[in-house]
Design a binder for this molecule. Structure first.
Ligand code: RFL
Ligand code: PHB
Length: 398
């Protein structure tokens, strides 16, 4: 088998890249470890930046998002018994975010891929990347009891944090930066009306909580929990009780509870692998970087990587310009580090770190409390938060 671009992973990064390349007539094949249904069962991101919204439209998959997604012109921060509104649209001169679930983005991309008749090998095992430093890389894998070899020009490693692409780069040729946080997010999805029109990020003495949504009838809520907690420890009742305890009183009074339809715990991590390109292999999205979800940046950084790789590969195939390949990593990493810094900062300002109970942690908590007050008390501070929340513009190739 032969294709131009072999894409490892059918998450949002792999599917979006595949769709954009196909629109330019650049042939690609996706190899995925699990089934499509399994991917659609994972509940993850909910907030799309304008850049990603535009990219989805460009890929021809924006129709349902434009119909069913909700444009949000602000978000709220709640702490010390007050609610501060970050007026995204007003403070940024017109930028907003779209609330539309990653599950729906993925479903739209999967539908478009099958409608276009593009090849995806779901439920593939023993995926291995070969000769990525040469002009003739290839991928081997098993699917349906048979062994396959896929020859290609380039490989896009879109296989998430636990994938095989990043470890294919020799350890001596990559550097990894990491911060692991001492807590996770317990998330619940429920068919109940959202408690508020806008997302609320809540800092409390009991730990962080946030309220989000998927539609007018479906809510998504999160609680900061110790890493030692298990999902089974949290009954629906215990979740709702604790959420009420952490929401501002006027919000808690309006909370409508109901059975959870999904409940999971995600650990929080900041992680970057440099560089993001090695020979003919490109790392894209979570394969190269992870952010804690507090800034809603993970999926959006994946989309900006895809935008850059799409430009690079289009230039390679349309103009015969291979020199532009060397720009990929630097362009991505500038935006990635900004998203990493913002997510880390928001996490530090809004979460409770007192589990690590020493004087340094307490002092850090005081700095962060002061930081939160400073940035929310004045319009310039709120604008700094707003500009980063809606996302920086995408960089072009030079
Ligand atoms: P994915 O989605 O992990 O997809 C990778 C795919 O690769 C497959 N795979 C392999 N395939 C073949 N061979 C192998 N050896 C393979 N190993 C793995 C996997 O099965 C999978 O299908 O990575 P991708 O495409 O880069 O997308 C990244 C996003 O999923 C992620 O950044 C976001 O979900 C992060 N995130 C958020 N991002 C936002 O921008 N806004 C948010 O509001 C937001 N909220 C969140 C989040 C992530 C969360 N969790 C659970 C981590 C909230 C949560 C709770
Ligand atoms: C979500 O809706 O799942 C969501 C929204 C904002 C975040 C993280 C998750 O920062």
């Amino acid at each position: 088998m032969k294709t131009k671009v072999a894409i490892i992973g059918a998450g949002p990064s792999g599917l979006l890249l595949g769709q954009l390349l196909a629109k330019q007539g650049i042939d690609n094949v996706i190899i995925e470890r699990v089934s499509g249904d399994y991917i659609l069962g994972r509940i993850r991101a909910g907030v799309l930046e304008q850049g990603m919204v535009d990219l989805l439209r460009e890929a021809g998959v924006g129709e349902r998002m434009d119909r069913e997604g909700q444009v949000h012109t602000g978000v709220e921060l709640a702490f010390n018994n007050k609610r501060v509104k970050i007026e995204l649209e007003k403070l940024t001169g017109g930028s907003t975010v779209m609330v539309y679930g990653q599950t729906e983005v993925t479903r739209d991309l999967m539908d478009a891929r099958s409608a276009a008749g593009l090849t995806t090998y779901y439920e593939s095992s023993n995926v291995e990347l070969h000769d990525v430093k040469t002009d003739t890389p290839y991928v081997t894998f098993e699917h349906g009891g048979e062994r396959y070899r896929l020859d290609c020009d380039y490989i896009a490693g879109c296989d998430g944090f636990h994938g095989v692409s990043r470890p294919t780069i020799p350890a001596s040729s990559r550097k990894e930066y990491e911060r692991v946080y001492p807590f996770g997010w317990l998330g619940v999805l429920s068919d109940t009306p959202p408690v508020n029109d806008e997302l609320i990020y809540c800092k409390t003495d009991r730990g962080f909580a946030m309220t989000s949504m998927r539609s007018a009838t479906r809510s998504r809520y999160y609680l900061q929990v110790p890493l030692t907690d298990k999902v089974e420890d949290w009954s629906d009742e215990a979740f709702w009780t604790e959420l009420k305890n952490r929401l501002p009183n006027d919000v808690a009074e309006k909370l409508v509870t109901g059975p959870s339809i999904e409940k999971s715990i995600a650990p929080l991590r900041s992680f970057v692998c440099e560089p993001m390109q090695y020979g003919h292999l490109f790392l894209v999205g979570d394969a190269a970087h992870i952010v804690p979800p507090t800034g809603a940046k993970g999926l959006n950084l994946a989309a900006s990587d895809v935008a850059t790789l799409y430009k690079v590969l289009t230039q390679v195939y349309k103009e015969g310009d291979k020199d532009c390949i060397s720009q990929y990593s630097d362009i991505c990493l500038r935006r990635v580090w900004n998203g990493e810094r913002f997510s880390w900062w928001m996490t530090n300002m809004l979460h409770d770190f007192t589990g690590e109970n020493d004087l340094e942690t307490e002092t850090h908590a005081k700095f962060m409390e002061s930081e939160l007050n400073f940035y929310t008390d004045n319009e310039a501070g709120r604008r700094v938060i707003a500009m980063q929340y809606v996302g920086l513009p995408y960089e072009d190739l030079v």
